[in-house]
Design a protein around this ligand. Sequence first.
Ligand code: C2E
Ligand code: MG
Ligand code: MG
Ligand code: MG
Length: 279
Amino acid sequence: WVKESGRSAYRFHRPRRDVDLLARMRLDHDMRQALTAGQFALRYQPQVSLGSGQVVGAEALIRWRDPLRGDIPPVQFIPVAEESGFIVAMGDWVLQRAVEQAAQWWRAGRRMPVAVNVSALQFQQARFVELVDQTLRAARLPAELLELELTESILLRDADEALRRLEQLAALGVGMSIDDFGTGYSSLAYLKRFPIQRLKIDRSFVRGLPDDGSDAGIVNAIVQMGSALNLNVIAEGVETEAQREFLRAAGCDEFQGYLFARPMDAAAFEERVWSEVAQ
Ligand code: C2E
Ligand code: MG
Ligand code: MG
Ligand code: MG
């Protein structure tokens, strides 16, 4: 740490950072135990077609319920897990659980693609493609029922290596999307080269719809780009009818958001998605 202006500043900053570091170490330690103690769970958020109104997919989102701290949101523990490397073990667990769930639905005659968030460190593991392949085989899940959500930063870090890996994953038959699209630095050249199928418009651009002119312009541009590149486009964080109507008129394919449903456990998801269809 930097000694800023004199003694008092030094004294002020040092203990605070120690506390912060300790808190993160503690959290990391607790997370590792939480995995074996079964305190992690997945929630599934429906992805809905703007054309048909049908649920066409589900995004798996991790939840951690700590007996002392209560529910800890992913924004708090994912960055710590990324920093410590624990995200790799956690990501393996998420992949396995989500694939097992999709396979269970598949065996029950329910075709429901499940999307899994992939962290940069996880994607960079040499064994990642192999792991995805083995997980799909073990669960006997058709590869097209798994989608990997990648971020722009993953793809840009080492673009040639990333491209190789994406091509191997594409050869397995899994779907791939770019999450939080618009917040990173994807160039059009990359979008053209990478074998991805879908763009997920970041919720920060959806929030201001339909009134905010910049958000409206950005969303229209992403949808048009998606259509030109033959990519499916889904908007995340849709909370209002007005947002959904804007997206539908813009030509966006699908949406995800509290307007339709919050992330739910598998039983609630089944109830919501399939009991309505049956009636
Ligand atoms: P994300 O992948 O962009 O996921 C979308 C987030 O938006 C989720 O937050 C979801 O609950 C939330 N969301 C969905 N609809 C709405 C809405 O209408 N309004 C608002 N305000 N929010 C909505 P969540 O579950 O807290 O996850 C936050 C982030 O944590 C995710 O962003 C993802 O980056 C990360 N994450 C979650 N689960 C996993 C995981 O299993 N592995 C990895 N590597 N990252 C994960
Ligand atoms: Mg996501
Ligand atoms: Mg996202
Ligand atoms: Mg987002």
